[in-house]
Design a protein around this ligand. Structure first.
Ligand code: E4P
Length: 203
């Protein structure tokens, strides 16, 4: 499983990068506005640390989404474009794929959405484990269904487990065999901790 950082905070990203092999960064409009990080700074980060960086489209109709994607790619053609799983998103995804843009269908919560992402030829599909669980669904069951479908139809789309809020979500991603878990910085400091490890340091 590859480790992505779910943040746009440059200090947090650099700190985690110093501890672990990290392969990428996922952002969304909320994370970008909270951190005040610009796309130019993310382009520099991509070049400096060789991290794949995913940027989400904010517009909601296909024309505006397409124009927005072109502006993002003009800043850095290596950005991965995160496209919300909507009917308008499918239109813009098809156009971007004709340009060989690397894509991530985001805001996926179900087997049929995950199938659409793969059937459309997306490079990545982000399954939102935390938000799905908030609505009472059995996330392990959905993840295993998605994985079986991808194996059965031999899709190449990589599964990103996103909306991770707890260590148990990370354990679920490992157990399930996710291609990528995108982990918020707040959970990084908890990952290597265990009460018996702490006790072992003084005994
Ligand atoms: C990442 O791609 C997602 O945008 C992010 O994990 C969403 O997390 P949240 O559900 O905690 O907002």
């Amino acid at each position: 499983m590859r480790y992505f950082i779910d943040s746009a905070n440059l200090n947090d990203i650099k700190n985690i990068f110093n501890h672990l092999p990290v392969n990428g960064v996922t952002t969304n409009p909320t994370l970008l506005s909270k951190s005040n990080t610009t796309l130019i700074q993310l382009k520099e980060l991509n070049e400096l640390l060789n991290l794949q960086i995913h940027i989400q489209l904010q517009s909601t109709n296909a024309e505006a989404m397409y124009d927005e994607a072109q502006k993002i790619l003009a800043i850095n053609k290596n950005f991965v474009i995160k496209i919300p799983m909507t009917d308008q998103g499918l239109i813009v995804h098809k156009r971007l794929k004709q340009q060989n843009v690397t894509t991530n269908f985001t805001l996926c919560f179900s087997l049929h959405q995950a199938w659409l992402a793969a059937h459309s030829g997306a490079d990545y599909m982000s399954f939102f484990i935390g938000r799905t669980e908030d609505h009472g669904y059995n996330v392990s069951e959905i993840l295993f269904d998605i994985q079986s479908a991808y194996e059965q139809y031999q899709y190449k789309t990589k599964i990103i487990v996103a909306s991770i809020r707890t260590i148990e979500h990370i354990n679920a991603s490992i157990r399930f065999g996710a291609d990528i878990a995108t982990i918020p910085p707040v959970l990084f400091s908890k990952l290597c901790k265990h009460v018996l490890t702490q006790n072992g340091l003084i005994q």
